[in-house]
Design a protein around this ligand. Structure first.
Ligand code: FAD
Length: 402
């Protein structure tokens, strides 16, 4: 948290109480959005968000800010479309400029097989409310004149799925907007408090142990990103989640406007331009599970090579910053939201490389689940017990980075 934010955004810090109706572990986008929606939609304000570092210091402040709903299965398209819609009205609702901008997203196809996949996905997207059209090479070139349509001679662009509502928003502003909105209504957000254990009586969670003492809670939501397996283990739960590194980088300013979000599945690469004109790029996760936040040259080299294959102008730019987050990957590449089998203990996880776009809908839906004790229809398919029931929600091709 810097002085600029302290002055612009009205965040009111309180002393922790001994007891809350709801304790949320993790001050990333998901935890703060849940607090915001508990307050604004359900009038539940006796809520604490406990963040061991600073709010937005996890993946919510490290991502490449892409918002979209062009997923591969109907349940996911519906869920992410809800989030896209909530993002579209977030500035009006919170009265904070989160720099939300609809840009459109071009998902390139480089082969016939690829074309079939993208066309099928466009049809599913459109059928479930996420307008996506198949466009030919000429239209792709018109939308993105910088593209080398031969793909360096190896990856010819044969067309693309154009997802109209692809957008970006400034990630830290999203976090602060939700934090401010929740705090204004009476929720507490505590930085530098780490949850070290859970209090369980019988099969019910009754509170948390923290670095600043015990706090009783009627319900606990675990929203800790890549650290979920260790917190869930405190409740005796073994989750089907592995944590992997994901890196990204930005270049210096590109003087022309690069309008769309561009991605290539086969080249495992995507790019957009920030409001400062920097070219922001990301790629796939590191295959080796890890909690390390260290960035490496191998990633930069591989991603930059693939980027210039499609966009030769990037050769003339310089890399300004590179960074890493640790992602909570589920086996079916879909999120896990809701109850856990331990009464009063909820989780939101499996956000992997794609959870920034989900922040508003996940917050909204979990707030509803916690306040009513019932799982809303929109997130019911993403419950933890789907793995035991053999009802996985396989959506691997939609992650954009695999
Ligand atoms: C490089 C990169 C690029 C990405 N790009 C995109 C993208 O373009 N679009 C997209 O939709 N998604 C993207 N993602 C994924 C997205 O950032 C995450 O899925 C999302 O931010 C997860 O939010 P969260 O609130 O669950 O977790 P986080 O933001 O990680 O927050 C979890 C918080 O919990 C805290 N915590 C952990 N343990 C404890 C504890 N014991 N006690 C208290 N606090 C604790 C952590 O300090 C952290 O602040 C990207 C991720 C990375 C790393």
């Amino acid at each position: 948290m810097n002085e600029f934010i302290e002055q612009r955004v009205s965040l009111t810090w309180q002393q922790p109480k001994k007891s809350y109706d709801v304790v949320i572990i993790g001050g990333g986008g998901h935890g703060l959005a849940a607090a915001y929606y508990l307050a604004t939609r359900h009038g539940i304000t006796n809520v604490a968000v406990l963040e061991r570092s600073y709010i937005g210091g996890g993946n919510s402040g490290r991502n490449t800010t892409i918002i979209r709903s062009n997923y591969g299965i109907p349940e996911a398209v519906r869920f992410y479309q809800r989030s896209v819609d909530l993002y579209a009205t977030l500035e009006a609702e919170t009265d904070r400029w989160v720099m939300h901008k609809e840009k459109g997203m071009i998902g390139l196809a480089h082969s016939e097989a690829n074309m079939r996949v993208e066309k099928a996905r466009a049809a599913v997207n459109t059928a479930f409310g996420a307008k996506t059209d198949w466009i030919g090479p000429d239209e792709v070139k018109k939308m993105c004149p910088e593209l080398d349509m031969t793909g360096g001679g190896h990856y010819p662009v044969v067309g693309a799925a154009y997802h109209h509502s692809g957008a970006t928003a400034r990630h830290d502003r999203v976090v602060w907007a939700f934090a401010e909105g929740a705090m204004k209504r009476g929720a507490h957000v505590h930085q530098r408090i780490e949850v070290t254990g859970l209090q369980i009586a019988g099969n019910r969670v009754t509170g948390v142990q923290t670095t600043q003492g015990d706090i009783a809670a009627g319900a606990v939501l675990c929203a800790v990103g890549g650290h979920v397996t260790s917190v869930a283990a405190m409740a005796g739960l073994r989750l089907p989640i592995r944590t992997h590194q994901l890196q990204a980088f930005v270049t210096n300013h590109y003087e022309r406007t690069f309008a769309p979000i561009l991605s290539s599945g086969p080249l495992l690469f995507y790019v957009s331009q920030t409001a400062r004109g920097e070219m922001l790029m990301g790629a796939e996760i590191d295959r080796q599970p890890s909690y390390s936040y260290r960035s490496d040259y191998k990633f930069l080299q591989g991603c930059a090579f693939r980027a210039v294959t499609l966009l030769p102008f990037l050769r003339n730019l310089q890399v300004l910053r590179q960074w890493t987050g640790v992602c909570d990957m589920s086996p079916d590449y879909s999120p896990i939201m809701g109850q856990t089998g331990v009464e009063g203990f909820y989780i939101t996880t499996g956000w992997g490389t794609w959870g920034f776009k989900a922040i508003p809908a996940s917050g909204e839906q979990l707030a509803a689940a916690i306040s009513t004790g019932k799982t809303p229809d929109l997130i019911a398919p993403f419950s933890l017990d789907r793995f035991a029931l053999d009802r996985t929600m396989a959506d691997r091709g939609s992650a954009g980075t695999h």
